[in-house]
Design a protein around this ligand. Structure first.
Ligand SMILES: Nc1ncnc2c1ncn2[C@@H]1O[C@H](COP(=O)(O)OP(=O)(O)OP(=O)(O)O)[C@@H](O)[C@H]1O
Ligand SMILES: [Mg+2]
Length: 710
């Protein structure tokens, strides 16, 4: 009798424990939902307020920013002849028109979308000085150097500014002396320098303050991913200079961040331009990662060698500082020009690596997340993630550093399930850290769904066509489905047993135990296939995402360990109420040829390579400006197909300013190229000189346009 009661008591206690666990899961969920509910209610309130505000100014809001404006032809002239940009990208023209009309503007445009032009062009068009606030010295230096190279009087007032320049700037602000069009400062200048603010005030009172631009504006908001306390004080600008148009720009801002920005910067009636998060030129791919480190490096090195033999620039993101150093060392051993960048290095060493890479003297930078916002290089052709990022948002931003010039580029994420616990033990204490991580894990585990669609869903945007620009759309893997319901059951029962003995297991330990258990059970038949280690890991992750399992964490003196235990829905698996399928890749259709077809724009001729070398040489001899400030990669492509041989022809491709500055070197190189082509008998062209020193070309090849300079 007593034993019966004891047994029943045990059962009841077990069930109670079970119920308590489920309650805990539900309470966690409840707390999460309450938080979400509060956030959504706040947003709804803001929406109502903004709708009311918008109704007040409905006549102005209805303005068509793509219409005709008095500054149109002057703007076109500056766009082409100064910036060398042949046409506007989406929203650029409308934004410029809104700013020129004196409106406050909020711009949300993906990385590389061309936000700088949206304030730099009006800055040239408008009379007076434009003040630009940017968070990082390196970003400011890049911008000022690029603008100076175009002959635009742009300056910065930072800790690195010389006394003479400082004097010049203050005089220009106070008295209107000297030629100053754009002034870059960090937010600290606004919040900490009374002297600067008083000079700015004088500039404004004399009617010489034309425009205020706040770049990387998400730094204002605590809800953004890169909050900077000094950005919080920028609200003062609109209070002190209410009539000066203000443009705030950022690559990503959730609705909550947008509302926050408008409030903090005091621009409630701003015109908002929100562009898509889509980066159509980026090819997204998830690559199965070997569990052997050396194999991964070999694969990455081979990928870079074969796909980017012209030393096109790339970034590799690693999980830890140690891994960065290791990966870059091993890549060098494989003949890849690579170096590392992380927060443990001193600022000078970091800057040196960054500069070598920006000048294309180093092909690959291997960095941690510390290698972030300051990256301004437009021609990054590939971003490889050696391990997965901590969220979809971080991955979007990190991978988005590829292809800022709009040309085809690749984003490859090397994924293996055993990388998940490494990340989860870092993020579990963050607000929604695990949920965010599991979102990107879902992205990695998916072998069928469009990668691009995952981004649209994440950012709450309507789905757009991928155009075959992700691995799953371009060459879907050949998959077989394996029924892993039995394995799931064994996993749960194993973990239950361990729980009863107060034992725990990491994912790797669980896989080992599982392999032994399956052997014991004699489970290796057609119905119950023998799964490999990686496949079992994949299944465990699948069960984690489905709440059948969950992760638990324990701090030790050296690290935080992640353990796998049973999750809220463990019973469904144990009782076989749910089937679990595992998708296994058995091959990929024409893998690399397909990828290369969609992403590679092979260099059409040696001319493009020669032009690339020339732009580097010119960059060096012009005070170390960046090669892309001399000619963009798009320019290289255009020049090598159009082959202009006179300054007049060249102006039609790269605009007047660049032609005047670097034109003869470029024209000379193209002429030499045409001559050597002719003497090698490679070309079918007849090339002859004309009296202007230009070269008349009669071409048979289809990609060349006939332009005669006389
Ligand atoms: N209309 C255009 N046509 C061709 N290239 C353009 C155009 N507009 C801008 N670009 C080029 O695109 C690249 C990225 O522009 P920009 O630096 O302004 O991007 P961004 O939106 O500020 O990106 P990020 O968020 O990364 O700072 C630059 O090389 C720029 O010259
Ligand atoms: Mg920018």
């Amino acid at each position: 009798m007593e034993t019966d009661v004891t047994e029943e008591l045990l059962l009841v206690e077990e069930e109670l424990q079970d119920v308590q666990e489920q309650i805990k899961v539900l309470l966690d969920r409840q707390e999460f939902l309450y938080k979400k509910q509060c956030e959504l209610k706040a947003i709804l309130e803001d929406c109502k307020e903004h709708d009311n505000a918008a109704n007040d100014s409905i006549s102005v809001e209805a303005q068509d920013w793509s219409g005709t404006f008095e500054w149109d032809s002057q703007a076109e002239d500056i766009r082409f002849n100064i910036f060398g940009i042949s046409s506007y990208r989406a929203n650029q023209r409308q934004i410029i028109n809104a700013v020129m009309s004196g409106r406050d503007v909020l711009v949300i445009m993906a990385a590389g979308g061309g936000k700088s032009l949206c304030y730099q062009l009006p800055a040239i068009l408008r009379d007076g000085i434009t003040l630009i606030i940017s968070p990082l010295l390196s970003l400011i230096q890049d911008q000022v150097m690029g603008l100076m190279a175009l002959g635009i009087p742009a300056y910065m007032l930072t800790s690195t500014t010389s006394k003479d320049d400082e004097k010049f700037i203050y005089k220009a602000l106070e008295k209107g002396d000297g030629d100053l069009k754009m002034l870059y400062v960090t937010p600290e200048k606004i919040s900490k320098s009374k002297r600067f603010m008083s000079k700015l005030e004088k500039c404004h009172n004399a009617g010489r303050l034309a425009l205020i631009s706040i770049d990387e504006a998400h730094c204002c908001s605590q809800w953004g991913h890169d909050f900077r306390p000094d950005y919080k004080n920028l609200g003062i600008l609109k209070i002190q200079f209410p009539r000066i148009p203000l443009i705030a720009l950022t690559a990503t801002a959730t609705y909550k961040v947008q509302i926050d920005l408008m409030e903090m910067l005091h621009i409630p009636k701003c015109v908002k331009f929100i562009s898509t998060v889509n980066r159509p030129n980026l090819f997204y791919k998830v690559q199965e990662k070997s569990s052997v480190g050396k194999v991964v490096i070999e694969q990455i090195a081979e990928y870079i060698r074969s796909s980017y033999c012209n030393k096109e620039s790339g970034i590799i993101y690693c999980f830890s500082r140690k891994e960065c150093e290791q990966v870059s060392k091993e890549l060098r051993e494989h003949g890849i020009s690579a170096d590392y960048y992380h927060a443990d290095m001193d600022a000078v060493a970091r800057e040196k690596v960054h500069l070598r890479w920006s000048n294309s003297k180093l092909q690959v930078i291997v960095g941690t997340v510390a290698f972030g916002m300051g990256i301004n290089k437009p021609d990054v052709r590939f971003v490889i993630h050696h391990s997965l990022s901590k969220s979809m948002e971080t991955y979007y931003q990190e991978s988005g550093r590829a292809g800022r010039d709009g040309l085809p580029s690749e984003c490859v994420l090397y994924y293996k399930p055993s990388d998940v616990p490494r990340q989860s033990s870092m993020v579990f204490y963050e607000n929604s850290g695990l949920q965010n991580l599991y979102d990107i894990v879902r992205y990695c585990q998916s072998k069928r769904n469009c990668r691009r669609h995952a981004f649209f869903r994440h950012f709450g945007e309507q789905l757009q066509d991928c155009n075959g620009m992700c691995d799953n759309c371009a060459y879907g893997a050949e998959l077989v489905e394996i029924d892993a319901t039995y394995h799931a059951k064994v996993i749960v029962s194993l973990l239950k047993e361990m729980q009863n003995c107060e034992q725990r297991a990491t994912m790797l330990q669980l896989v080992d135990k599982l392999k032994m258990k399956m052997k014991e059970l004699g489970a290796s038949s057609k119905a119950i296939p023998d799964l490999k280690k990686e496949q079992l890991e994949q299944l465990i992750i699948h069960l984690l995402l489905d709440h059948v399992l969950k992760e638990e964490f324990q701090h030790t003196a050296y690290a935080t360990n992640a353990y796998v235990t049973i999750g809220s829905l463990w019973k469904q698996a144990l009782e076989g109420k749910r089937t679990f399928k595992l998708e296994i890749c058995v091959g990929q259709k024409q893998k690399d040829e397909e990828r290369l077809k969609v992403t590679k724009r092979s260099r059409s001729s040696t001319l493009e390579t020669q032009l690339d070398e020339l732009r580097m040489e010119i960059a060096c001899s012009h005070g170390g400006i960046f090669p892309h400030a001399v000619l963009s990669t798009q320019h290289l492509g255009l020049l090598s197909t159009q082959k202009p041989t006179s300054i007049e022809e060249l102006e039609k491709v790269i605009g007047k300013v660049k032609s005047e500055k670097y034109g003869w070197r470029i024209v000379e190189l193209i002429r030499q190229h045409l001559k050597s082509e002719e003497s090698n008998g490679e070309a079918t062209n007849i090339v002859e000189g004309n009296e202007n020193g230009g070269i008349k070309k009669k071409r048979k090849d289809k990609c060349t346009v006939n332009i005669d300079s006389d």
